[in-house]
Design a protein around this ligand. Structure first.
Ligand SMILES: [Zn+2]
Length: 70
């Protein structure tokens, strides 16, 4: 499975809960946060995801997060 799909699935599973790149990196055991960053930027181009600065639902930090919107 590609990282894009893995991250997409995880964000879908969170069902509207925002998650930051750092938490995605931890959850999916990616080697570097920049991998998650590239993917969340790609996902943000899709209408069903939203990426913005907000509080992460997992670690509680105010960061750039991504969430499923519909
Ligand atoms: Zn987080």
């Amino acid at each position: 499975m590609t990282i894009l799909r893995e991250i997409g699935k995880l964000v879908d599973r969170l069902d509207g809960v925002a998650v930051c790149d750092g938490c995605l990196t931890d959850k999916l055991h990616l080697s570097v946060p920049s991998q998650a960053n590239v993917v969340t930027r790609a996902l943000a181009a899709e209408a069903r995801y939203e990426r913005k600065k907000d509080e992460c639902g997992l670690c509680g930090s105010a960061k750039i997060v991504i969430r499923r919107t519909k």
